[in-house]
Write a protein that binds this ligand. Structure first.
Ligand code: COA
Ligand code: AMP
Length: 636
C-alpha cells in the first residue's frame, strides 16, 4: 500500500496527473481542455473547458447504474419524531420535479436561488434542484436574523427564495416566514417569488402573488433533466463571516468540487460507497454542503440528515441511537457536541446500551478539538477519533489523518498532516513583505502555497479584488488561512487560533467586528469591543464591553440588556451573545488600537503582560475589576 507521505508528495509534484486520475470517478459530458488553467494568476481554475452536471453525478448516474433502490438520504428528526428515507430514485424524482418548478418560476442557468431552511430533506432537494438546472444556490443558516438574510439577498440577488414555515429548536418553534418577510422588506434586491414549505407544526401565512406553496407547486410540476454546465461555473455561494458586517460570498465551482469531494470520501474518511455516512451539522454550513449533501451522494453512500441536537433531543444518547439505528459507519461532528454530551453523560452510560459494533470512526472539525474531549471520545467509543481542519473557503479538509490511505498515530491537539493537494507552510507574520518560512515547531501564519487544489474557492462572489485582498495579498503566492499554528518535525499540524477577529462559538464562525458594528449603533454607546472568551461548552462565547456616551445617565444594566437584544435581533441567536458590560474606558495603545487580546486574557484568567505600547496601564486594572465583579475568572 502506498503511504500518505508518498501520496502527498505525488499530489504536489504532479498535481495535474493526480487530479486527472481522481476526475475519472466523475461523469463528464465533455472532458476538460486544461486540467489546471493557470493563465491568470493568482486566479486558478480546475478542469477548464470541461462540462458536467453535479446533480447528475449525485443522483441520476446512480439510478442509471442500477442503484436506484439504494437509500440516498435518511431523514432522522427527533424534534418531529420522524424517521423517513428516500432512495436514489425517489430523491432524483423529487429533485427533477422541484427543478421543473424552479424553471417554471423563471430560474435558469446562472440565476441565484437563496435557500433559508431547517434541516429537512427539502433543503437538500432544493440545493440539488438548483445544481440540476445550473442555478447557483446560496443557503443561509436558520439561526441568522432577518438583517443577515437581507445582506445576503442584496449580495446574491436571488430570483427566488426557498424557505419553510418554521424550524424546530429544542424548546421552541422558530417561525421563518416573519424573518423572511422582514429580510425581503429590508433588502433592495427583491426576489420574483418565495416558495414556502408548510410544516404542520406551524403554518405560515402566504402572501398571494409573492409566496408559493411548495407542495402545491410540486404536485403540478413537470420533472426536468440535468443541464450540463461548465466545470468552472459556480455551483453555490456560501456566505461566511469576514472582519466586517459584510459577509464574504465564498464561491464553489462544479467540476473541481465534485472531483475533490469524491476523492475525499474514500481517501480521507475511508468509507465505502455502500456504507452509511453521517454528518451532524446543518446544511447552512460548509460541512453540511459538502458532507451531508454533495460528497456522500456523489460517492453513492447513504447520508443521514439529522434534525436534532446532541443533547436534549431527547437526551445525551441521541447520537448513539442514530448510529445504531441506521448502522452508521463513519460519523462527523464538532467537538462542542461532545463537550455537551460529556457534561450530561460523563461515564458514557448511554453509549453502552447501544450496539455500535459497525461504527468505525469519528471525525471532528469546525473548531480546535481540545485534547481532553478527544481523549474522552476515544475512551467511551473505542474507535479512532480524527480531528481534521478545514474552512468554508477550502470546501474540504486541509489537514487530516487520511484513514483511507494510511492511518497515522493520533497526536492530541493536532489535526495530523496536510491532506494530499494542500501544500501547507508556516510563514513568519512579522515578515509579510519578505516571505520567510518558519522552522518546524515555531508558531506562525498557516498558509497554503498556490495553486489551491480542486474544490477550494476560486474567488468571492463578484468580488475578485476582495478575494485577492483578503486571502492572497499578505503573502504573494500563498493563500492565507487566517489561522495561526505550527507544524512539527514530523509534519503534524497544530491549529492554535485565528489571526483575525473571527471567533468560533459552538463551531459556528462569527465575526466580533460585525458584533462591534451592531453595538456601536446603539444610541448610548460611544465605543465598544467584542472578544471571544473561553467557554467550557461552546469553546468560545462573545463578550462585549461598552463605553457609554458622555451624559448618558440611564442604568448600565438596562443598556447591557438592550445590547444583548440588539445583537440577537441583528445577527441572530446563533451569535450566542449573552454578555455585555458597561465599562468606564477601554485600554488602547498609544496609536489608539483597542487591546482586545489583553482583555480576553484577563477575562480567561490567563497570565498577561501589560503591552509596552499601552497608553494608560491603569485601565487594565479597572477592566480586571469589572470582569471580576461580573464573575469572570480574572487574576488581574
Ligand atoms: N434556527 C434557529 N435558531 C437556531 C438554529 C437554527 N437552525 N440553530 C441554533 N439556533 C439558536 C438556538 O436555539 C440557541 O438559541 P437560544 O439562545 O434561544 O437558546 C442559539 O441559536 C444558540 O445555539 P447553539 O449555539 O446551537 O447553542 P445551544 O445552547 O442551543 O446548543 C450545542 C449547544 C453544543 C448542543 C450546539 O451548539 C451544537 O449542537 N453544536 C454543534 C454545532 C455543529 O455541529 N456545528 C457544525 C459545524 S461543523
Ligand atoms: P468555518 O469556515 O466555519 O468552517 O470555520 C473555519 C475555521 O474554524 C478555521 O479557520 C479554524 O479557525 C476553525 N477550525 C476548523 N476546524 C478546525 C480544527 N480541526 N482545529 C482547529 N480549528 C479549526
Amino acid at each position: 500500500m502506498t503511504g500518505i507521505a508518498e501520496v502527498h508528495r505525488r499530489s504536489l509534484d504532479r498535481p495535474e496527473e493526480f487530479w486527472v486520475a481522481a476526475a475519472g470517478a466523475i461523469d463528464w459530458e465533455k472532458r476538460w481542455d486544461r486540467v489546471l488553467d493557470d493563465s491568470r494568476p493568482p486566479f486558478y481554475r480546475w478542469f477548464a473547458g470541461g462540462r458536467l452536471n453535479t446533480c447528475w453525478n449525485a443522483l441520476d448516474r446512480h439510478v442509471a447504474a442500477g442503484r436506484g433502490e439504494r437509500v440516498a438520504l435518511i431523514y432522522d428528526s427527533p424534534v418531529t419524531d420522524t424517521v423517513a428515507s428516500l432512495t436514489y430514485r425517489e430523491l432524483r424524482d423529487r429533485v427533477a420535479r422541484f427543478a421543473g418548478m424552479l424553471s417554471r418560476l423563471g430560474v435558469a442557468h446562472g440565476d441565484r436561488v437563496l435557500i433559508y431552511m431547517p434541516m429537512v430533506p427539502e433543503a437538500a432537494v432544493a440545493m440539488l434542484a438548483c445544481a440540476r438546472i445550473g442555478a447557483v444556490h446560496s443557503v443561509v443558516f436558520g439561526g441568522f436574523a432577518a438583517h443577515e438574510l437581507a445582506t445576503r439577498i442584496d449580495d446574491a440577488k436571488p430570483k427566488v427564495i426557498v424557505s419553510a414555515s418554521c424550524g424546530v429548536e429544542v424548546n421552541r418553534l422558530v417561525p421563518y416566514k416573519p424573518l423572511l418577510d422582514a429580510a425581503i422588506a429590508e433588502a433592495a434586491a427583491k426576489p420574483l417569488a418565495s416558495v414556502v414549505l408548510q410544516r404542520p407544526m406551524c403554518r405560515a401565512e402566504l402572501v398571494p402573488g409573492q409566496d408559493r406553496d411548495w407542495h402545491e407547486l410540486e404536485a403540478a410540476a413537470q420533472p426536468i433533466d440535468c443541464v450540463p454546465v461548465a466545470a468552472t461555473d459556480p455551483l453555490y455561494i456560501l456566505y461566511t463571516s469576514g472582519t466586517t458586517g459584510i459577509p464574504k460570498g465564498v464561491v464553489r465551482d462544479n467540476g473541481g468540487y465534485a472531483v475533490a469531494l469524491h476523492w475525499s470520501m474514500k481517501n480521507i474518511y475511508g468509507v465505502a460507497s455502500d456504507e452509511v455516512f453521517w454528518t451532524a451539522s446543518d446544511v447552512g454550513w460548509v460541512v453540511g454542503h459538502s458532507y451531508i449533501v454533495y460528497a456522500p451522494l456523489i460517492y453513492g453512500c447513504t447520508s443521514v440528515l439529522y434534525e436534532g441536537k446532541p443533547v436534549g433531543t431527547p437526551d445525551a444518547g441521541a447520537f448513539w441511537r442514530v448510529i445504531e439505528q441506521h448502522k452508521v459507519r463513519v460519523f462527523f461532528t464538532a467537538p462542542t457536541s461532545f463537550r455537551a454530551i460529556k457534561r450530561e453523560d460523563p461515564n458514557g452510560a448511554l453509549i453502552r446500551i447501544r450496539d455500535l459494533s459497525q461504527f468505525r470512526a469519528l471525525f471532528l472539525a469546525g473548531e480546535r478539538a481540545d485534547p481532553p474531549t478527544v481523549a474522552w471520545a476515544e475512551q467511551v467509543l473505542g474507535v479512532p477519533v480524527i480531528d481534521h481542519w478545514w474552512q468554508t473557503e477550502t470546501g474540504w479538509p486541509i489537514g487530516a489523518n487520511c484513514l483511507g490511505i494510511e492511518k497515522l498515530p493520533v497526536r492530541p491537539g493536532s489535526c495530523t498532516r496536510a491532506v494530499p493537494g494542500w501544500d501547507i507552510r508556516v510563514l513568519d507574520p512579522a515578515a509579510e513583505s519578505d516571505l520567510r518560512e518558519l522552522p518546524a515547531g515555531e508558531i506562525g501564519s498557516l498558509a497554503v502555497k498556490l495553486p489551491l487544489p480542486p474544490g477550494a474557492l476560486p474567488t468571492l462572489w463578484q468580488q475578485d479584488e476582495r478575494f485577492v485582498q483578503s486571502y492572497l495579498s499578505a503573502y504573494p503566492g500563498y493563500y492565507q488561512t487566517g489561522d495561526a499554528g505550527f507544524i512539527d518535525a514530523d509534519g503534524y499540524i497544530q491549529v492554535m487560533a485565528r489571526t483575525d477577529d473571527i471567533i468560533n462559538v459552538a463551531a459556528h464562525r462569527l465575526s466580533t467586528g460585525e458584533m462591534e458594528e451592531v453595538l456601536a449603533a446603539h444610541p448610548d454607546v460611544a465605543e465598544c469591543a467584542v472578544m471571544g472568551v473561553a467557554d467550557a461548552l461552546k469553546g468560545q462565547v462573545p463578550l462585549g464591553l461598552l463605553v457609554l456616551k458622555a451624559g448618558v445617565t440611564r442604568p448600565a444594566a438596562e443598556i447591557e440588556t438592550e445590547a444583548v437584544a440588539l445583537v440577537r435581533d441583528k445577527i441572530g441567536p446563533v451569535a450566542s451573545f449573552k454578555a455585555a458590560l458597561v465599562v468606564e474606558r477601554l485600554p488602547k495603545t498609544r496609536s489608539g488600537k483597542i487591546l482586545r487580546g489583553t482583555m480576553r486574557a484577563i477575562a480567561d484568567g490567563e497570565d498577561y503582560r501589560t503591552p509596552a505600547t499601552i497608553d494608560d496601564p491603569a485601565i487594565l486594572g479597572e477592566i480586571a475589576e469589572r470582569l471580576r465583579e461580573a464573575g469572570y475568572p480574572t487574576r488581574g
